[in-house]
Design a binder for this molecule. Structure first.
Ligand code: NAD
Length: 274
């Protein structure tokens, strides 16, 4: 389903009760999709779902059982899951690693890493069983592409999301499934908190509306299959932009050039071939 026809298909959106998830659920509904809004905060999910004629589910994406149940319930109510937007996430805002407690560390790994792994796994299983392909989009961040000193653990989790989406893309291609990450810069949602927003405003730094990230999700969903594995950078005033990763140097030893290790795909120029 590439250059995906969104109309009439089914989307499941995690973290759909607020911010980027809310804007994306609303946008996907306006594209004719039937939407299932999933959030830890069930009231927020229902408040988003009701006006757009969507379904609402309460689930903690950090718990694999709840993620699997949400995918099953979405498919039971709406017939399938064709687009999974794995977006729920939090930040911890601790810049000095020495101050990080075990509890804070575990608290963020749950939604930001476990949640995306469990969501992607549930999506692949379901889409493979449906046999009609699908799209998986996860919300990473610019902090998935750059070093972000104010929150190194958040940065760790978003690099994980980028690596996961890029690395599953080749394997799920055979099932007609594409995998993408969206990488927003600073976006006007609750995750930033009033103090940060005020400081950014005072510094004259532009914030994006969450609708701009929804646009990137739609762009990813409609991208041709060859673009699977793309990280879409979202910055104020710019169209969603595919991030260009640089190749790393290949082996230099005599005779290694052009060789691809057994079990890896020969994807053309990359780590193993220049
Ligand atoms: P937000 O706080 O407005 O929304 C996050 C939503 O996720 C909330 O509704 C919350 O209840 C839900 N959620 C949190 N933990 C959950 C869990 N365990 N299970 C299910 N739902 C859970 O913030 P947002 O900015 O819309 O965040 C969405 C995503 O965007 C996050 O992954 C965030 O890291 C990412 N992001 C945000 C920005 C930004 O500047 N706002 C920039 C880059 C990336």
């Amino acid at each position: 389903m590439h250059a995906m026809d969104l109309d009439g298909r089914v989307a499941l959106v995690t973290g759909g009760g607020s911010g980027i998830g809310r804007a994306t659920a609303t946008r996907l509904a306006s594209e004719g999709m039937r939407v299932c809004v999933v959030d830890l905060d069930g009231d927020a999910a229902r408040a988003v779902a009701e006006p757009i004629g969507a379904e609402a589910l309460t689930a903690d994406v950090a718990r694999s059982g709840e993620v699997d149940a949400a995918f099953a319930e979405c498919a039971a109510r709406l017939g399938s899951v064709d687009l999974a937007f794995l977006n729920a996430g939090i930040s911890v805002g601790i810049s000095d690693l020495a101050e990080l407690t075990d509890d804070e560390y575990r608290r963020i790994m749950g939604p930001n890493v476990d949640g995306v792994v469990f969501g992607a796994r549930a999506a692949i299983r379901r889409m493979r069983a449906q046999g009609t392909g699908g799209v998986i989009v996860a919300t990473a961040s610019l902090a998935g592409l750059i070093a972000f000193a104010p929150d190194p653990i958040y940065t760790l989790t978003k690099h994980a999301v980028v690596g996961l989406m890029r690395s599953i893309a080749p394997t799920v291609a055979a099932d007609g499934i594409t995998a993408h990450a969206v990488c927003p810069g600073l976006t006007d949602t609750n995750i930033l908190g009033a103090e940060t927003k005020a400081a950014l405003r005072d510094a004259g730094f532009p914030l994006m509306g969450p609708e701009q990230i929804a646009e990137a999700v739609v762009t990813a969903a409609r991208a041709p299959a060859e673009q699977s594995g793309t990280c879409w950078v979202c910055q104020p005033g710019r169209e969603p932009t595919p991030y260009g990763f640089r190749d790393v140097p290949g082996p230099r030893s005599e005779g290694a050039e052009g060789k691809v290790p057994p079990g890896l795909r020969d994807d053309g120029p990359g780590i193993f071939r220049r």
